[in-house]
Design a protein around this ligand. Structure first.
Ligand SMILES: Cc1cc2nc3c(=O)[nH]c(=O)nc-3n(C[C@H](O)[C@H](O)[C@H](O)COP(=O)(O)OP(=O)(O)OC[C@H]3O[C@@H](n4cnc5c(N)ncnc54)[C@H](O)[C@@H]3O)c2cc1C
Length: 333
């Protein structure tokens, strides 16, 4: 690992002031479960590391008129054990419990989970977010792309968004607060993820001198929610594909739906097609199947990941059926 300057501010303002205006100058350190691996592998080499763990106000969960406010430094372990998470946001709770391992959840923070970098092996080997051969061809298209994107893959970025928790948060309508030199701003979590077009762009709407400070989950609306993962193995690993679903019902009929897929695109993928296939319908095996088909109707698999189309289709179908069966009912219903 290269030498770096280490700082440990105690307020968010100090933290923002210690961060520089370019990514190679400084980096935020939270639980370190991702950043330290990237530094050890020399994929990133910030000159200054700004440890934010001593900023007390960024820890913990509060429940108020805006719903649940989660400090960015709250660990996944705390969230997994939190009774209000399980009670009011069960599909989010399921996603947290299934992420990584107990040891990693104890260290990993929610802010770090949102901001973690892609697991694409070309990126992790130092070839960047849009890896190319010296002749300008896509390393991913030419190479081993079995875990890469099947949607949103028209450009040069072919990695998949790495969090298995974010899709459930998007299904619940989460927003995040970001602190920067000009004060705080808030964005819908869904809008925080962007597909980089060139190597100079990032996969998040975050500037180098900003930190994510809070996550807001709106007051739980009466609705039906589910989170469904397809994994290669039960033990800790990232899923191959997942789907998170929120259904608002009028009796037995779907009034509105949000269908979010993970590990299919460089961003968490919100499928309008799947939502439209459900609105006005009763959830049955057939309508859930049709929504699954709609979710992958625009998929363009690469040379080695066609199997992910079927996994995504099935994940969406099963998440919808689980939500309709009330596996993870939210709110005061
Ligand atoms: C073996 C293994 C299995 C895993 N399995 C899963 C899984 O199934 N699902 C899943 O979702 N994740 C999984 N992960 C990833 C893990 O959840 C993340 O590494 C973790 O959440 C990152 O949080 P952290 O606090 O350790 O972040 P750090 O490592 O400290 O930071 C990660 C990145 O985010 C930036 N950052 C951190 N906090 C902030 C902030 N508040 N504001 C701005 N930038 C910030 C850092 O600069 C860095 O770029 C796994 C990790 C491992 C090692």
């Amino acid at each position: 690992m290269r030498a770096f300057e280490y700082t440990s501010p105690t307020t968010r303002q100090q933290a923002v002031e210690l961060l520089a205006g370019s990514w190679d100058q400084s980096a935020v350190l939270a639980g370190g479960t991702d950043l330290l691996s990237l530094m050890k592998d020399d994929v990133v080499a910030p000159k200054r590391v700004v440890n934010i763990k001593d900023i007390r106000e960024l820890h913990g969960v509060r429940f108020g008129p805006r719903g649940m406010q989660i400090g960015a430094l709250t660990s996944l372990g705390e969230l997994a054990d939190h009774p209000l998470v399980r009670q009011h946001y069960p599909a989010f709770g399921d996603a947290v419990v299934e992420a990584a391992s107990q040891q990693i959840r104890n260290m990993a923070t929610l802010g770090g989970n949102i901001c973690q970098r892609p697991r694409c092996w070309y990126f992790r080997s130092g070839f960047g977010l849009t890896p190319k051969t010296p002749e300008g061809k896509s390393l991913v298209e030419e190479g081993d792309n079995r875990y890469h994107a099947i949607l949103g893959n028209d450009g040069a970025a072919l990695f998949v968004s790495p969090s298995s928790i974010v899709p459930a948060m998007i299904a619940y309508g989460a927003r995040i607060r970001i602190a920067g030199p000009k004060g705080a701003r808030e964005v819908a979590l869904e809008k925080f993820f962007v597909i980089p077009r060139t190597e100079s762009e990032r996969e998040h709407d975050l500037r180098p001198n900003e930190i994510v400070t809070d996550v807001f989950l709106p007051p739980p609306a009466a609705g039906r929610y589910a989170h469904y993962e397809v994994r290669q193995k039960e033990s800790f690993d990232w899923p191959l594909v997942l789907a998170a679903v929120a259904l608002q019902m009028n009796g037995n009929t779907v009034r509105s739906a949000k269908v979010v897929m993970g590990y299919v695109a460089p961003v968490p993928w919100v499928s309008e097609e799947a939502a439209q296939a459900l609105v006005g319908k009763t959830v049955t095996e057939q309508t859930a199947q049709a929504a699954g088909e709609a979710a992958v109707s625009q998929a363009k698999p690469l040379s080695r990941n066609r199997y992910k189309v079927q996994l995504a289709r099935v994940a969406v179908k099963r998440a919808i059926l689980q939500a309709a069966q009330g596996k993870a009912e939210g709110g005061a219903a």
